[in-house]
Design a protein around this ligand. Structure first.
Ligand code: 3AM
Length: 171
């Protein structure tokens, strides 16, 4: 199973992110990420055997995280895969610490693949054919979070789909 750890937005924020995705999609095209799939990836684990996935789910269910608030105030893009995202202008210390702490524990459980850089972002569009230089007015959103989710990623009719397998206890 292909797994990742992510924050899932609360419903009000999910709608706001969906509106940003609609606006960006009208301008740039590409594939708009459906509201249900909007997330912030903290760790991409890759392909994991079923038994290890189940052990990771049990670990996460007892792993409380510190509650926090992430401010989203910037648009961004990853050019090569044609991804348009929203995130923050300045690095977010709490998220960086959370990502590092989770990776320490994943590595203790035999998971490899810690990235050399962590750019917190919410992907809104994929496969954008041509990215513009001009950026629209920056977003100004706050994402309050209290738990992390373990998700399985799979492909269904050429679309990435996610299924929540486990969640950490509410902080
Ligand atoms: O939507 P975002 O950008 O947060 O890009 C994939 C997505 O991130 C990323 O994991 C999230 C859930 O699929 N992802 C997929 N394959 C990856 C890989 N090989 C990857 N991240 C790093 N390495």
């Amino acid at each position: 199973m292909r797994l990742f750890l992510a924050l899932m937005p609360p419903p009000v924020l999910r709608r706001r992110l969906g509106e940003l995705a609609d606006r960006a999609h009208a301008r740039l095209g590409g594939r708009r990420v459906p509201d249900d799939s909007l997330h912030l990836t903290l760790a991409f684990l890759g392909e994991v055997p079923q038994a290890q996935g189940e052990a990771l789910a049990r670990w996460l269910e007892t792993r409380e995280i510190p509650a926090g608030e992430w401010r989203l105030d910037a648009w961004g893009a990853f050019r090569r895969p044609g991804i348009v995202w929203v995130g923050s202008r300045a690095p977010d210390r709490a998220l960086a610490e959370l990502q590092a702490a989770l990776w320490n524990e994943l590595e203790q459980q035999g998971i490899a693949g810690r990235p050399s850089r962590f750019i917190p972002h919410v992907t809104l569009l994929r496969r954008v054919p041509r990215l513009e230089r001009a950026k629209p007015s920056p977003p100004d959103l706050v994402w309050p979070y209290r738990r992390v989710a373990l998700l399985r990623s799979f492909t269904d009719r050429d679309r990435a789909r996610y299924q929540i397998l486990a969640r950490s206890p509410l902080a």
